[in-house]
Write a protein that binds this ligand. Structure first.
Ligand code: ADP
Ligand code: MG
Length: 680
């Protein structure tokens, strides 16, 4: 039903509500407050302390006095009392209030305490005569942006609840509500807007979070190709040669690497299929972990495949992996889109015949015509660039091969649980020794000249620099334009005596490779780029990363970009050009200056920007959530996950009467990906 049926909502308000994505009464009822102000805590005047926000029951005990200390400032004072003492209500520039109150009125007020000597003031209080919306309650604060006041919203929602809540369906089956002791939907909605008390608020929130996460989890389980059951897999054999291989490495594994590889070994040697996510910050040494696992697979007579998101990265892996395996009779091949037809066919044939032991590549490795002889291990690097579906396709290239997923994007555990269903998680929480800390500076645009001078000086000493251009959200085309523009202006002006290159996502893979290789070989001094260099690129001689409009990026992303430098022996620098003056931007930049810990950084980003804007849920294909917070609702998520599995075991297509509304809600939540759902 349209919101216009709600009392108090005419065409004008309807238009404003529409801008908040509220068009139906249901959407209105599910419009969740951003926070609450607890005005239910009553005190006596004598108990009040400085700066405290309190509610008081007072009686007006004198006449108002007005003063005008400055031209545009008027002060209204009204004396009040309760059993414990006297105070003054004080309003600035709101003289009209004196007409609303008279001597002897008993009112409820809520405001902040200001003590001035013996005088107790309550400054700009809200007040009401008798019971109302404003004082004495836990008051919802809505996330409003346009011209709609919080008070208007409160009234609209009150009316909607009073007149329409009966029509709101209960989508959760009764047995679940009983079993988990959840509030029924009507109580939950009433209390999420107007909590009777804290306990009711918590119960209401729990119920709504559970509902949302259940629907989300069911939907994700019902996306085609997603496997949820534990399959039996390959049992790789233990081998002494593993120790020899590790001994022979040019470095000692870190403790964290050893621990993580142990976890992988246990998985590989068990008869269950491995499904493991390895998270580790940029530079923590994930590649070697993949290499060890591939070595183990080879020892047991199986093929391995490793998929990387870009051609640059695949090539880089191919080169370094070939080196590590050079002493052994391990055949490593590289398969990418830019390969010539003849070479490609040869690789496909050899792969099928089992002549290739390790295949490295881009998306090319999941094409239909790619067939393995005995695929035992499938690895995806930088998983956040791939969808769940691609991982599934890769694993279908063998008979339940072990799966290893590697990512440098620190994902809070809850999100990982949701995204990767039943992946086990290993974390490399330690960097190899001897890394030089990258010096990070956040500067304003007025510093650009000095930055340019600094870059020139470093380049003259033989170093190289990355310059990342402003991120323009939601538009690749604009990003390319901004990169080209920046490139041209730098090339013809400040850096006209230097070799400068451009890299962006719209370039063909071969073009990108040429540029990247030129940069690697030192034929380019300064590389202007979009975020395509974010992932995995390794040029040890590059020691400066300059990022324009750094405030537009997610902190996790900035951290990744910063990880492109600090890979060689030279002191490295990351310069964040902050184009914004806002306090939050400055704080966000400070987080990066202070910390090099990816997990800490991503958590801080979340705290400062809120989950809505946090990197990636969109990119991960997760629909927007209204109330659940993937970062804090871990416990409820676990229950929702368990229950969704139980529900699907009993009623896979949700066709049972008691699950029909749930099914419909899933379809609504996943309307953008409807074709992926198994129902279709
Ligand atoms: P990432 O986790 O970002 O993928 P890499 O696997 O590319 O990191 O490793 C970064 C660099 O560190 C590589 O040059 C690698 O050879 C090196 N490295 C990895 N592990 C160690 C270690 N234990 N000691 C010293 N260097 C290491
Ligand atoms: Mg890597």
């Amino acid at each position: 039903m349209s919101i216009q049926y709600v009392k108090g909502v005419g065409p004008k308000r309807a238009a404003k509500l529409k801008r908040l994505n509220i068009q139906t009464i249901e959407e209105l009822l599910y419009f969740i407050p951003r926070e609450y102000e607890d005005r239910s805590n009553f005190k006596y005047i004598s108990q009040c302390i400085q700066d405290e926000k309190v509610s008081l029951r007072v009686e007006i005990c004198g006449y108002p006095s007005k003063s005008r200390p400055r031209r545009n400032l008027s002060i209204l004072k009204l004396p009040v009392k309760d059993e414990s003492g006297f105070a003054n209500l004080v309003w600035f520039n709101q003289d009209y209030i004196s007409n609303q109150l008279s001597l002897g009125d008993r009112i409820l007020v809520n405001g902040k305490i200001n003590r001035r000597g013996n005088e107790i003031q309550i400054v700009n209080p809200v007040f009401e005569k008798g019971e109302g919306n404003k004082v004495g309650k836990i008051v919802p604060i809505y996330p409003l942006t346009n011209k709609l006041s919080n008070n208007e919203m409160i009234n609209i929602i009150k009316n909607a609840i009073r007149d329409h809540i009966r029509k709101l369906p209960e989508i959760l089956p009764k047995y679940l509500i009983d079993e988990l002791n959840l509030l029924p939907i009507h109580d939950a909605i009433k209390n999420i807007h107007f909590p009777q008390n804290k306990a009711y608020y918590l119960a209401a929130r729990k119920r709504l979070v559970f509902e949302e996460l259940l629907v989300l989890q069911l939907g994700l389980f019902l996306i085609k190709n997603r496997t949820m059951e534990m399959k039996s897999g390959i049992k790789f054999s233990p081998t002494k040669d593993m120790d020899v291989f590790i001994e022979d490495l040019p470095f000692q594994l870190t403790k964290a690497q050893k621990r993580v590889f142990k976890e992988i070994e246990v998985d590989m040697e068990s008869e269950k299929q491995m499904n493991r996510l390895v998270q580790g910050d940029v530079g923590s040494g994930k590649t070697i972990i993949a290499i060890l696992a591939m070595f183990k697979a080879w020892k047991s007579g199986y093929q391995s495949v490793m998929m990387a998101p870009t051609e640059i990265l695949a090539t880089q892996h191919y080169e370094s992996i070939s080196k590590f395996f050079s002493k052994y009779d391990i055949k490593v091949s590289l398969l990418t889109g830019s390969l010539g037809n003849k070479e490609k066919e040869q690789i496909l044939e050899d792969l099928k015949d089992g002549k290739i032991d390790v295949l490295i590549g881009t998306h090319a490795v999941i094409q239909e015509n790619v067939e393995f002889n005995r695929l035992g291990l499938a690895i995806t690097d930088e998983q956040h660039r791939f969808g769940v579906e691609q991982r599934a396709v890769l694993s279908q290239k063998g008979i339940n091969p072990d799966i290893l997923v590697m990512t440098a994007t620190p994902i809070p555990r809850t999100l990982a649980l949701i995204l990767y269903g039943d992946l086990d998680i290993s974390i490399i929480d330690e960097l190899p020794p001897g890394r030089k800390e990258i010096e990070t500076y956040a500067v304003g645009v007025d510093m650009i000249d000095r930055i340019n001078k600094f870059v020139k000086k470093q380049v003259l000493e033989g170093r190289q620099a990355y310059i990342v251009c402003p991120l323009i959200e939601e538009s690749d085309t604009l990003n390319v334009e901004s990169a080209e523009e920046l490139y041209l202006s730098l090339k013809d002006n400040v850096y006209k005596d230097f070799k400068i290159g451009l890299l962006h996502g719209k370039m063909k893979a071969v073009e990108k490779d040429v540029i990247m290789n030129d940069f690697k070989d030192g034929k380019i001094d300064i590389l202007v780029s979009t975020t395509v260099i974010e992932v995995g690129v390794n040029v040890p001689n590059a020691n400066i990363m300059v990022i324009y409009n750094a405030e537009r990026f997610g902190l996790a992303q900035l951290h990744q970009l910063r990880g492109r430098v600090g890979r060689g022996e030279y002191q490295s620098y990351c310069i964040l050009i902050n184009g914004s003056n806002s306090k939050i931007s400055r704080e966000r930049m400070r987080v990066l200056q202070k910390s090099t810990d990816g997990f800490y950084i991503s958590e801080k980003d979340l705290e400062l920007r809120g989950p809505g804007e946090f990197f990636g849920t969109r990119q991960h294909g997760i629909p927007d959530l209204k109330i659940a917070n993937l970062f804090i609702d871990m416990d409820i998520l676990k229950i929702a996950q368990l229950k969704s599995k139980e529900i699907l075991e009993e009623d896979y297509l949700l066709l049972d009467e008691k699950h029909l509304l749930l099914r419909q809600t899933i379809i609504d939540m996943f309307k953008d990906r409807i074709d992926d759902l198994i129902f279709n």
